[in-house]
Design a protein around this ligand. Structure first.
Ligand SMILES: *Cc1c(COP(=O)(O)O)cnc(C)c1O
Length: 295
């Protein structure tokens, strides 16, 4: 894939180092300004496969503030491919900053009613273009997980606990695939009551990781996908003031909030060295009124 990543940083977090837990964060948000965090890894092998099969266009699905959509638009441009985004909802008002950017990178945006959006197979059949390569919403799939498998090589081997935000679970599957026997991966589900997610992750695990235990926590969605409240925004601002770590309301803000609560509740054994995966993408914050966040 053409698109070189920047280097990332491993940053200690004094604010989240207490109760016998030593916490650091792997700043994958620094990997690339647009193809941020896990998206670079998740898209990598889809792009390679599309090129291998001599497709000239990649099509995928996403919402108004989708990190996946804008990342895909950029990565396609860099690799000489067309891109099409099937967008949930009607285009009634001006484009969101996220979609405006995707369009600027050459993506063709096709707005679809919410009901129709859920019928993904019928949308694919409708377009039925042999030159298009389809990527699932959020990059879900084994090929996405294969790319995400490489993320753990950037983190410290000494750390016994790894925690990440979970949307489709593709990144988490990649992390579990690569984790060592003494490491446990915990996921914070950002969707409400999405109890099928553990199975969806297991379906992406490699044979050697199929029986590896992992933890999925469902208590930190703040009311549902992209829902937010003052408590979350206050926490994200506090994290920024103390540690200069920017997070987003959809994924990483909720996940780091969860880490703070979990350490307070002695969820992690004393002596645990914890790696937080900062999976990037701050697009969700564009949905907030101006001035809500300090960064
Ligand atoms: C897309 C995204 C996720 C979710 O990744 P999945 O592999 O779908 O679980 C998490 N964090 C950020 C910042 C993202 O953009």
């Amino acid at each position: 894939m053409k698109l070189a990543p920047n280097s990332i940083a491993i940053q200690n977090i004094p604010m989240l180092t207490f109760n016998g837990v030593e916490t650091s964060i792997a700043r994958f948000d620094l990997l690339h300004p647009i193809v941020s965090g896990n998206k670079w890894f998740k898209l990598k092998y889809y792009i390679e496969e599309a090129i291998k099969y001599q497709k000239n266009c990649i099509a995928s699905f996403g919402g108004t503030y989708s990190n996946h959509i804008v990342a895909l638009a950029f990565v396609c441009k860099e690799n000489g491919l067309r891109s099409v985004g099937i967008i949930r909802g009607d285009c009634t008002t001006a484009l969101s900053p996220t979609l405006a950017q995707a369009k600027e990178f050459g993506m063709e945006l096709i707005f679809t009613s919410r009901t129709k959006y859920n019928e993904k197979e019928s949308i694919k059949n409708e377009f039925n273009n042999p030159n298009w390569y389809w990527v699932n919403e959020g990059g879900y799939g084994i090929i996405g997980a294969k790319g995400a498998t490489e993320m753990l090589t950037y983190t410290s081997k000494d750390n016994s606990a790894i925690i990440c935000a979970v949307g489709t679970g593709t990144m988490m599957a990649g992390l579990i695939n690569q984790s060592r026997p003494y490491q446990t991966v915990t996921g914070i589900s950002v969707l409400k009551n999405n109890f099928s997610i553990a199975n969806e992750i297991t379906n992406l695990l490699s044979d050697s990781a199929k029986n590896k235990p992992f933890n999925m926590l469902h208590e930190y969605h703040f009311g549902g996908y992209a829902k937010t409240n003052k408590q979350l925004l206050d926490f994200m601002n506090h994290l920024w003031e103390k540690e200069k770590i920017p997070t987003d309301i959809v994924y990483t803000g909720k996940m780091v909030f969860a880490v703070d609560q979990l350490i307070q509740n002695n969820y992690f054994k004393k002596g645990t060295k914890l790696t937080i995966i900062h999976s990037g993408g701050l697009q969700g914050n564009c949905s907030l009124p101006k001035g809500s966040l300090l960064f």
